[in-house]
Design a protein around this ligand. Structure first.
Ligand SMILES: Nc1ncnc2c1ncn2[C@@H]1O[C@H](COP(=O)(O)OP(=O)(O)OP(=O)(O)O)[C@@H](O)[C@H]1O
Ligand code: SF4
Ligand SMILES: [Mg+2]
Length: 403
């Protein structure tokens, strides 16, 4: 009986995977092209002087299709939340372009963003600080509905109760305050609030990182079911590759403000090309101690460098076990390998000679990256145009760069 159930579950999983890979060919939901966000660093007692910039997101590009889940991973401080806020235009990027369902939303004002914010929601990283402690759950979930004019068939309260039930909370708890819920339950309130306005896209900023492993699985399963039921597209952010493994169609790996690898999920786990991705994979514990001891690991030492003054060339060179002189001097472009697998590394791992020979420069590659591919070919670096992707990026970079 349990064997039958397992087989059934495996088949369902296979069907989901097949459906998801098809979704990859759907219409573009969200496009971020060469997005950059630098935060000014100020100093001074009477007059604030800008003494530098935090390079939080530096020339990152992604494209998300309808119904797709894109995972984004990287260690703390690499720019995941900042990129997430740019995607839904809670922050205005310093440069680059954000398109939502084909519309350029990069510099839209508050009014024009209202309908966009109804369709593109963000679930915040911290379930404690993102819920107003003085408001009852009914108000927290119901207010966005009122703001966006979503009435629900039988009124707002009925719809809120329905949503609470849908995310696995007791609808009778509609009058409780956030502190009366556990961490996992608060995260569910955040999800219910995002769902309240019938969005098409939800950017989930570390939705399960603050939760126990058993609760993590419950919330991930819930998100998976909601995606199927409501036809949602997700950007799923985590700092741990084990979390995004089962939910993502594709995964982007970020390091110090840059996307260093972007690949279909399965391919990333079986064939990581960038040494940083290998290190992230090596950090996932394997339950069998013998297997755990036997596997080869790439260990990265030290702390991430300062994002105010990132290293020259490849930003990972100060911690990379494969670094050579070229890594210190030239930023590697994102090179395209078979199967839609992109990686920015001068010494790619897990690729055949033939794959390296045939590699090309991806259009998603940072505009400031060099033109030297791992196959030794030097390709021209695209020049920024005056509007749109990288529009005037080189000029703008010069303008805002420290000094
Ligand atoms: N408002 C801000 N002003 C100045 N610097 C900021 C601001 N917000 C974020 N940063 C800096 O930008 C960088 C990226 O921060 P961000 O929160 O996006 O990282 P993250 O990858 O989400 O990290 P975590 O996993 O810890 O949530 C960090 O160095 C952070 O200190
Ligand atoms: S380019 Fe060099 S330093 Fe960067 S990840 Fe590759 S081998 Fe390491
Ligand atoms: Mg964050």
């Amino acid at each position: 009986m349990s064997e039958e159930r397992n087989q059934g579950a495996a088949e369902t999983q296979e069907l989901r995977e097949a459906a998801r890979s098809l979704a990859g060919t759907g219409k573009p939901m969200l496009e971020a092209e060469h997005v950059q966000l630098y935060f000014p660093v100020k100093k001074g007692i009477l007059v604030d002087r800008t003494i530098g910039h935090v390079h939080a997101v530096d020339d990152c590009s992604i494209a998300l299709r309808e119904g797709e889940t894109l995972g984004i991973v990287g260690e703390s401080g690499c720019g995941k939340s900042t990129f997430a806020r740019c995607m839904v235009r809670l922050l205005e990027p310093t440069a680059g372009v954000i398109r939502f369902r084909g519309t350029d939303i990069t510099h839209l004002g508050r009014r024009k963003l209202e309908p966009i914010h109804r369709e593109a929601q963000l679930v915040f990283q911290d379930p404690v600080s993102s819920l107003n402690p003085r408001k009852r759950v009914g108000q927290i979930v119901g207010t966005p509905m009122k703001l966006h004019g979503v009435k629900g068939q039988n009124g707002v309260e009925d719809r809120v109760r329905e949503l609470l039930g849908r995310v696995g909370l007791n609808p009778e708890h509609i009058n409780r305050f956030p502190h009366e819920f556990s961490g996992g339950q608060r995260q569910r309130i955040g999800v219910a609030r995002a769902l309240a306005v019938d969005p098409r896209l939800i950017v989930l900023d570390e939705p399960v990182s603050a939760l126990d492993v058993s609760i993590q699985a419950q919330v991930i399963n819930l998100l998976d079911d909601l995606q199927d039921d409501f036809g949602l597209s997700y950007v799923f952010i985590a700092h741990d590759l084990s979390v995004v493994r089962h939910v993502s169609d594709r995964i982007g790996v970020m390091y110090l403000g840059k996307i260093v690898e972007l690949s279909p999920a399965k391919e990333l786990y079986t064939k990581p090309i960038h040494p940083y991705t290998q290190a992230l994979l090596g950090a996932i514990p394997i339950p069998d101690p013998e297997e755990n001891r036997a596997r080869e690991r790439v260990v990265v030492g030290g702390e991430p460098p300062n994002p105010v003054d990132p290293p020259t060339g490849c930003r990972f060179h100060t911690r990379c076990p494969h670094a050579t002189d070229i890594c210190k001097q030239v930023e590697p472009p994102l090179a395209e390998y078979p199967g839609g697998h992109l990686a920015a590394c001068h010494h790619p791992q897990n690729v055949t000679e033939e794959e390296v020979t045939n590699a090309g420069r991806s259009p998603l590659s940072p505009l400031v990256a060099g033109g030297l591919l791992p196959n030794g070919k030097e390709v021209p670096v695209p020049q920024a145009d005056t509007n749109g992707a990288g529009g005037g990026l080189a000029a703008r970079l010069k303008r805002i760069a420290p000094g």
